[in-house]
Design a binder for this molecule. Structure first.
Ligand SMILES: Cc1cc2nc3c(=O)[nH]c(=O)nc-3n(C[C@H](O)[C@H](O)[C@H](O)COP(=O)(O)OP(=O)(O)OC[C@H]3O[C@@H](n4cnc5c(N)ncnc54)[C@H](O)[C@@H]3O)c2cc1C
Ligand SMILES: *[C@@H]1O[C@H](CO)[C@@H](O)[C@H](O)[C@H]1NC(C)=O
Ligand SMILES: *[C@@H]1O[C@H](CO)[C@@H](O)[C@H](O)[C@H]1NC(C)=O
Ligand SMILES: *[C@@H]1O[C@H](CO)[C@@H](O)[C@H](O)[C@H]1NC(C)=O
Ligand SMILES: *[C@@H]1O[C@H](CO)[C@@H](O)[C@H](O)[C@H]1NC(C)=O
Ligand SMILES: *[C@@H]1O[C@H](CO)[C@@H](O)[C@H](O)[C@H]1NC(C)=O
Ligand SMILES: *[C@@H]1O[C@H](CO)[C@@H](O)[C@H](O)[C@H]1NC(C)=O
Ligand SMILES: *[C@@H]1O[C@H](CO)[C@@H](O)[C@H](O)[C@H]1NC(C)=O
Ligand SMILES: *[C@@H]1O[C@H](CO)[C@@H](O)[C@H](O)[C@H]1NC(C)=O
Length: 599
């Protein structure tokens, strides 16, 4: 009888209002699985687990609905996203000693789709070495490239670019999936720099080679960007995995605008703490509700959210938790530690052009015209994300930096990159500086395998108080030297023959950075995050005695609790993380299904 009510009640509700719940009193109070956070990890897991109609699945998201928000769905508007929006967490880092004590805003999505609803949509699977390294580190061959590639095929749907141009030679069709939930596509509008970038791969191919597809496991070189865009619209985790046909499943409930504040444990038969339920609330002054899970609770709250929630729930360093009056459930000093993020720096050149994308940022008339074209025809500048191509590179093996830092792991292996370039036909920045007048070309550089490590600790036992976030950018001198090398490589790139007559020289912000010392200061003054934070809840190694989750993503020291999001990777990808999180969550869903197949 209860079961029938459970199925009928939400159907009745959904016929009169949205399928999304905001009021916890309208949902059931017990489920088979409770998933926390509707970002990439959580949207995938909730979708896949609810494929089994006999499992009741609840997905809880702290943020708002993504439906109807053009600032989210229009690809071009991604770069203008900033923190302190209705749909973002308002995080700030502590002063960064490696960045001359600057504090940084740290962007995270607080909305269905999570950070995939505000990110730049660049889709990179990583190299064979990235995955094989995780497999050998964890001793779990399921994380190897050979195993994980089937999940990429399963989750992708390559779709036509918005301008429907002939994409022959711009990607490798055999490497991709054609019927998964997540749309990926090539750029759908051309800018004046596209042909120059491609020409450079011809004039200077030994330093800057062209590769047909960066997602075959061998990403070294320059390739066309594959982005999570379906025609003209952002393909977020919500658009892909929480599409109406999935939300229509009677056994999947999605509760929004409710923050999970704690995981509750009870001793199981073997005397281990077993995760039985979660507490949630919509604000510090709102009532607290409890929902239980008879099989598992899955945390997918992201590299900040999942670590904070484990700490709030008593899993972390015992003494630090005691100082916050939090009762220890399992003493694990690694929770929140080992944080890795990519330092990013945007280099600018003055462009000899009256046609850069700067026009759209500087001139309201032009912006409105582009928006009108986008809405009327689905074409023009607004269909694309920040960069048309992506370059992944290594320094020559005999570079001095490797002799100076012999112990630094400079990449997952020889197929993985050490630094990356992205290009923009205009001024790009993550810094809170006014948009300058004039026309520019930007080369953004990313140090792909940084040696610096950061950490996250609780500022308070109040779940609505942000934790203390310290990414530790450029605290290792290795990262400064790699940044310096990348600055020089970006100048080499912009001085190649195809840019003659277009590149009018260094923009004022880097014009004075000539000597190594000056370049290092320029690096420290201008480096920002690119928001790829990982490893705060990392998988354990075969050595044992380390890590927070095992290789099947179960939290060590307790039962009934997994973490499925970017926080569990033991290393940072030499690229952009979203593709790897989708694949991780697809495999995690299979691991969970396998665990419960006989029950
Ligand atoms: C500006 C920007 C640009 C980026 N560009 C790219 C890019 O081009 N390509 C790429 O691959 N990656 C990019 N990234 C990074 C990428 O988007 C993230 O790494 C990825 O979305 C992380 O996925 P996740 O599942 O770990 O967490 P998220 O996607 O962050 O999802 C976590 C979800 O959990 C919710 N949550 C947190 N705490 C709670 C709680 N207590 N209760 C309930 N819900 C909670 C959050 O609101 C959020 O919805 C970018 C990031 C930013 C900020
Ligand atoms: C966001 O954080 C900044 C800096 O800490 C603060 O000034 C601002 O009021 C915060 N905004 C919101 C909406 O909380
Ligand atoms: C950064 O702050 C620390 C601690 O306050 C201080 O010792 C250091 O000198 C500062 N560095 C700079 C460059 O201001
Ligand atoms: C892309 O969008 C079209 C039109 O809305 C839709 O029919 C299709 O299913 C979408 N593809 C994917 C992979 O989401
Ligand atoms: C912890 O509890 C003690 C005793 O109730 C109290 O004095 C102290 O202020 C609390 N500490 C924190 C950080 O809340
Ligand atoms: C903005 O663009 C329009 C159309 O291209 C042009 O007529 C106008 O002069 C520009 N405004 C400025 C301030 O440059
Ligand atoms: C840009 O140009 C406008 C109009 O000429 C001027 O008012 C403004 O001060 C300039 N801004 C900068 C940053 O130079
Ligand atoms: C690029 O190629 C040109 C010749 O085409 C050569 O003169 C130049 O040195 C090369 N530049 C770099 C940075 O390799
Ligand atoms: C700027 O570009 C134009 C062609 O678009 C060219 O004629 C002119 O010489 C260039 N200016 C410089 C200073 O190179």
């Amino acid at each position: 009888m209860l079961k029938i009510l459970f199925i009928i009640l939400p159907l009745l509700i959904s016929s009169v209002c949205s399928k999304l719940f905001t009021d916890p009193t309208l949902i059931a109070d017990d489920y088979d699985f409770v998933v926390v956070g509707a970002g990439i990890g959580g949207s995938v897991v909730a979708n896949r687990l609810s494929e089994n109609p006999s499992w009741k699945v609840l997905l809880i998201e702290a943020g708002m609905d993504n439906a109807g928000l053009e600032a989210i769905s229009t690809p071009f508007l991604a770069p203008t996203d900033s923190p302190n929006k209705e749909w973002t967490w308002n995080y700030t880092t502590v002063p960064q000693p490696g960045l001359l004590n600057r504090t940084l805003t740290y962007q995270r999505g607080k909305i269905l789709g999570g950070t995939s609803s505000i990110n730049f949509m660049i889709y990179t699977r990583g190299s064979t070495d990235f995955w094989d390294n995780i497999a050998s580190y964890t001793g779990d061959l399921g994380w190897s490239w050979a195993s994980i590639v089937s999940y990429f095929i399963k989750l992708e749907s390559v779709t036509a670019p918005a301008d429907h141009h002939d994409t022959k030679g711009q990607w490798q069709p055999l490497a991709h999936g054609l019927s998964g939930p997540l749309a990926i596509s090539l750029p759908g509008a051309s800018t004046e720099i596209n042909k120059r970038i491609v020409q450079t791969t011809r004039t200077n191919s030994s330093e800057f080679p062209f590769i047909v597809d960066g997602n075959t496991g061998f990403p070294l070189g320059i390739s066309w960007v594959q982005a999570t865009i379906n025609d003209t619209l952002r393909a977020s985790a919500a658009a892909a995995y929480l599409a109406p046909q999935y939300l229509a499943r009677p056994n999947l409930h999605v509760l929004i605008q409710q923050q999970v504040t704690k995981v509750i444990f009870q001793k199981n038969g073997r005397g281990l703490p077993h995760a039985t339920s979660v507490q949630l609330s919509s604000s510090p002054s709102s009532p607290i509700f409890t929902v239980s899970a008879s099989r598992e609770i899955i945390l997918s709250a992201g590299s900040i959210g999942s670590a904070q929630l484990l700490l709030l729930s008593g899993i972390g360093e015992q003494e630090a938790l005691a100082a916050q009056n939090i009762t220890s459930v399992f003493n694990n000093p690694e929770v929140g530690q080992n944080m890795i993020d990519h330092p990013c720096l945007v280099n600018h050149w003055i462009a000899n052009s009256t046609n850069t994308l700067d026009l759209l940022s500087q001139n309201t008339t032009d912006f409105n015209a582009a928006e009108a074209q986008y809405e009327a025809t689905g074409e023009g500048e607004m269909v694309d994300t920040v960069s048309p191509l992506i370059g992944i590179f290594r320094l020559p093996p005999n570079s001095a930096i490797f002799k100076e830092f012999p112990k630094v792991k400079t990449a997952s292996g020889p197929n993985a990159g050490q630094f990356e370039f992205l290009w923009r036909d205009g001024w790009a920045t993550f810094l809170p500086v006014p948009y300058p007048n004039g026309s520019y070309t930007s080369v953004s550089q990313v140090v792909l395998s940084p040696a610096s490590r950061g950490s996250l600790v609780l500022a308070s036992s109040d779940p609505f108080t942000a934790p203390i976030i310290d990414p530790g950018f450029l605290t290792s001198e290795y990262d400064v030297l790699m940044s310096r090398a990348a600055v020089k490589a970006s100048r080499d790139f912009m001085n190649t023959p195809p840019w003659k007559g277009f590149n009018m020289g260094l923009a004022p912000d880097q014009a004075d950075a000539v000597t190594d010392d000056e370049i290092d200061t320029y690096v420290r003054e201008n480096t920002t995050p690119i928001y790829h934070m990982t490893s705060t809840v990392r998988m354990e190694s075969t050595t044992g005695g380390d890590g927070v989750v095992d290789s099947s993503l179960q939290v060590k020291g307790v039962t009934g609790l997994r973490v499925v999001d970017n926080s569990v990777f033991p290393f940072i990808i030499e690229g952009h993380p979203e593709a790897t999180i989708y694949a991780l969550a697809e495999r995690a869903s299979d691991l969970i299904k396998f665990t419960w197949k006989d029950f």
